[in-house]
Design a binder for this molecule. Structure first.
Ligand code: 5GP
Ligand code: MG
Length: 178
C-alpha cells in the first residue's frame, strides 16, 4: 500500500520497513560495540518509540534493562514546545549508563527538557538514540549519538508514530501529502 488515509489526511510511503530495520540493526551494532563490557539501561519514551524500542532491543546483545517513560508534548501536526513531567520511571539511574530511545527529534525541545529532568537522578552518562531526526528543524544544539535516519521537515506516521492517535500500526513510514 503506497498511500493511506488517516482521518482528514493522505499519507504516502516514504521509508520502507526493510530500510528502517537495516538502520535499526546498524545502530544496535554501534551500541553493542560502544557499550561492550557495560550494562546500560534503555529508557524508551512512549508512545511513539514502542516499536522502535522492541526492534532495537532484540538486536542488543549487552546485559541491559529497559524502562518506559512518558513525556507528552505533542498535539496534532506541529510541535508545541510545551512539555510535561516524566512519568513511569522505575529504575534507579544513579551511576548508570542511560540510553534514551526516542521515536523522532524535531525541534529538539522535548529532548532538552528530558535531559534536564535526568540530571537529578545522577546517571553516569546519557546518550540519545533516535529513530528519526529532522535536522532542518532543530532549534537547539543536541549531541545525538545514535540516529537511524535523517528525514526532511515533513510530518510522518507509522512504525509507532501517530497522527492524532492513529497510524502507529503500519510497517512502513508515511509522509503527509500537502
Ligand atoms: P520536538 O520536541 O523535538 O519538537 O518533538 C518531539 C516529539 O514531537 C516527538 O517525540 C514526536 O512525538 C513528535 N513529532 C515530531 N515530529 C513528528 C512527526 O513528523 N510525526 C509524528 N507522528 N510525531 C512527531
Ligand atoms: Mg516522542
Amino acid at each position: 500500500m503506497q498511500t493511506i488515509q488517516i482521518k482528514d489526511k493522505t499519507f504516502t510511503v516514504s521509508l520502507k520497513e526493510a530500510d528502517i530495520l537495516k538502520q535499526v540493526k546498524r545502530v544496535a551494532a554501534e551500541i553493542n560495540r560502544d557499550y561492550a563490557g557495560e550494562s546500560p539501561v534503555f529508557l524508551a519514551v512512549l508512545n511513539g518509540s514502542f516499536i522502535f524500542a522492541a526492534d532495537l532491543m532484540r538486536e542488543v546483545t549487552l546485559p541491559s534493562e529497559i524502562t518506559f517513560v512518558k513525556l507528552a508534548s505533542y498535539a496534532g501536526v506541529s510541535s508545541t514546545g510545551a512539555v510535561k513531567d516524566l512519568i513511569g520511571l522505575n529504575v534507579d539511574l544513579k551511576g548508570r549508563s542511560v540510553i534514551i530511545i526516542e521515536d523522532i527529534i524535531d525541534s529538539g525541545l522535548t529532548m532538552v527538557h528530558l535531559l534536564d529532568l535526568f540530571k537529578q537522578y545522577e546517571p553516569k552518562s546519557v546518550d540519545i538514540c533516535a529513530l528519526l531526526v529532522k535536522p532542518d528543524n532543530l532549534k537547539v544544539s543536541l549531541d545525538i549519538r545514535y540516529t537511524c535516519l535523517e528525514i526532511p521537515n515533513d510530518f510522518i506516521v507509522g512504525y509507532g508514530l501517530d497522527y492524532d492517535g492513529f497510524g502507529r500500526n503500519t510497517r512502513d513510514i508515511y509522509t503527509v501529502v500537502e
